[in-house]
Structures are given as structure tokens and as C-alpha cells.
Design a protein around this ligand. Structure first.
Ligand code: G4P
Length: 316
């Protein structure tokens, strides 16, 4: 899967984040997309914050499969120095739950002498601005559906002894796990120019066939979910195009339009509450991606050893 993009202000954001962490942060809140918690976790952040108490916020839970959200919450809550809560933009006052979780993660902090300092991070489009707006109860941060909108850091007084530092959304330059790249693209986290919509829609359909064939049948008024689950994803996309009357000259199905329909329906929740990955699935894809990356680097090293010019960086 060739997802290519320029990760915007990644370097400056990363520097600012590292500086803020050095200034003394007690808890790192990572906002994740509850539909793809594994894929939406930024490995750069993991490297920067490792060992610090972490609150995983599974956001957009209203769009995610409740059963799998429970699986993910249990998965994170079983990890040391980690708590997880699920929420969505419909929650009018999430501050109390956030503060309680942060206090539990850093019980020795709090009060005027040792105020609790919390950092909130997340990839673009995960709903961080919306959450921050709710927390400050005013339209402070710009929200929008284009990936990569960045803002300067802002500090929010969540309670008299709790300060929350907001950071701009940050992506990372190289996705080592192809399935994660597909899930990020399907969710809208990556700018549209960086991927092929048809390829991403086919990958999304394959995930839907595996677990949500009934939802696909209901949305596109197709019979027999069992048959839908068994057919190749491209045949299903063609069926959806025909069912929706998305045809080109000569009556051929317009697969580009059908891809856009499927992606939009997933993003808006029109297909129902869907989660693209379980913790076990993500762990398998991650291990495979890391093995592939290790093999790629070994090949590159061998190439250098044989006199090839050293590449300028690690990009493909
Ligand atoms: P970001 O700062 O992490 O980049 O994300 P942002 O808050 O801008 O949210 C991205 C999109 O996700 C917005 O939709 C926002 O409304 C939506 N969103 C945020 N939180 C939730 C949630 O809990 N549930 C659901 N269903 N959607 C959520 P948009 O269509 O791009 O913009 P808008 O017109 O709604 O503002």
C-alpha cells in the first residue's frame, strides 16, 4: 500500500512536544480513534513518552463497535501505568472523568504545591480540537475535516490544580504497518491526495465483510450477508456501484464514485458502529510490519555495504 504524504509540521511539533515533556508532565493523554485504536496510536509519541503514566482516550466511541471498544479498554487497562476511557463529542462535560483518571494515574500530584500537569496529543482528525473546545467551553481551536490542521500549543486550567497542555495533531513520516495505513486513510486521518481511494475502499470493504456484512447489506439494500461476506471485495464494490446507479458511459460501474460513497458512509457512521481492528489483530499486523521493516533496513544496509550510495533518509 503506497500511502505517501508530507507530515506537515511534524519536526517542529515533535520538538515542541519533547520540550514540553522535559518541562515536567505527569500524565500524557493520547486521543485515539475508537474505530482504529492501534492504527491511530502515534509510534513517535510512544517513543517520546515511554514510561510516563498514560491515559488512552478512545474518542468517537459513538461511531465504534461497543463490544470492541470494551475489548480495547480492557487491553489498555491491563497495561502498567495506563488507563483508558471511551468518550465522544456528545458528552457535555468530560472534564470530571478526565481529571479523575489523571489523578488516579499520578496520585502523588495535585494540590497547589504539586499541581498536576497533563499533556494531550493525538493524530489529526481524531477529534482533539472538538474535545479541547468542550473542555474550555468555547470555540478556541479550529475544527475541520482536512487532515493536518495545526495550532499553537495552548494551556487550559481544567481545575485549580490541574493544567492541560494541548499540542497540535501530529502524524509520523513512515507507516510501517500497511494495514494501519489503510485504516488511517479510511478514517480520514490522512490527506486525500496521499492515497488511492479505490484501494482504501477495497481494504475497508474487506474489513467490513469480515465482521459487518449485515451492516453492508442493510446500507446498500443487498440480499444475503453470508454471500456478501464470501465474495471478493472488488465484486462487492461493483455491486454497490450498480445498486446505487453509479454507472459510466456504456453502463460500466463507476468504481471511483462507489469508493467515495463507501468511505464517506464509514466516516459518517452511516454504515453503523464499526471498529476496524481488535487488539490481537493489530498486534499481528504490527509484528508483520516490523518484520518487513527490519528486512527492508537489512537490505538497505547490505546495499550500502556493496558500495551503493547511502540514502539521504529512511523514506521509501
Ligand atoms: P482534530 O482536532 O483531532 O484534528 O479533530 P477535530 O476536532 O477537528 O474533529 C475532526 C472531525 O471529527 C470533525 O468533523 C468533528 O466534528 C468530528 N468529531 C470529533 N469528535 C467526534 C466524536 O466524538 N464523534 C463523532 N461522530 N465525530 C466527532 P468534521 O465533519 O470534520 O467537522 P465539523 O463540521 O463537524 O466541525
Amino acid at each position: 500500500m503506497a500511502i505517501q504524504w508530507f507530515p506537515g509540521h511534524m519536526h517542529s511539533t515533535r520538538r515542541a512536544l519533547a520540550e514540553r515533556l522535559r518541562s515536567g508532565i505527569d500524565v500524557v493523554i493520547e486521543v485515539l480513534d475508537a474505530r482504529l485504536p492501534g492504527a491511530s496510536a502515534n509510534p513517535l509519541l510512544a517513543a517520546l513518552t515511554s514510561g510516563r503514566p498514560a491515559l488512552k482516550l478512545l474518542n468517537k466511541q459513538d461511531l465504534a463497535d461497543p463490544q470492541l471498544t470494551t475489548l480495547w479498554l480492557d487491553h489498555y487497562n491491563a497495561q502498567p501505568a495506563t488507563r483508558a476511557i471511551a468518550l465522544d463529542a456528545g458528552e457535555a462535560a468530560p472534564a470530571a472523568r478526565l481529571i479523575a483518571a489523571c489523578r488516579a494515574l499520578a496520585p502523588l500530584r495535585g494540590g497547589m504545591v504539586k499541581p498536576l500537569r497533563v499533556l494531550v496529543c493525538g493524530i489529526p482528525n481524531v477529534g482533539k480540537s472538538t474535545l479541547v473546545n468542550t473542555l474550555v467551553r468555547r470555540k478556541a481551536a479550529k475544527t475541520g475535516d482536512e487532515a493536518g490542521i495545526t495550532r499553537a500549543e495552548q494551556a487550559i486550567q481544567l481545575a485549580s490544580d490541574v493544567t492541560l497542555f494541548d499540542t497540535p495533531g501530529m502524524l509520523w513520516p513512515r507507516i510501517e504497518v500497511p494495514q494501519s495505513g489503510l485504516h488511517l486513510a479510511a478514517s480520514g486521518a490522512i490527506g486525500r491526495n496521499a492515497y488511492d481511494e479505490n484501494e482504501v475502499a477495497l481494504a475497508l470493504l474487506a474489513r467490513l465483510q469480515a465482521r459487518y456484512a449485515g451492516a453492508v447489506a442493510a446500507r446498500y439494500r443487498l440480499p444475503d450477508p453470508a454471500a456478501l461476506a464470501a465474495m471478493p471485495a472488488d465484486a462487492l464494490l461493483e455491486l454497490i456501484a450498480r445498486q446505487r446507479g453509479l454507472l459510466q458511459a456504456g453502463g460500466r460501474p463507476n468504481l471511483q464514485k462507489a469508493s467515495e460513497v463507501v468511505l464517506n458512509d464509514f466516516r459518517s457512521g452511516a454504515l453503523g458502529r464499526i471498529t476496524l481492528e481488535t487488539p490481537d489483530e493489530h498486534a499481528r499486523w504490527l509484528a508483520a510490519g516490523q518484520a518487513q521493516e527490519a528486512a527492508r533496513l537489512a537490505t538497505k544496509r547490505r546495499g550500502r555495504g556493496q558500495g551503493a550510495a547511502p540514502p539521504s533518509d529512511d523514506r521509501p
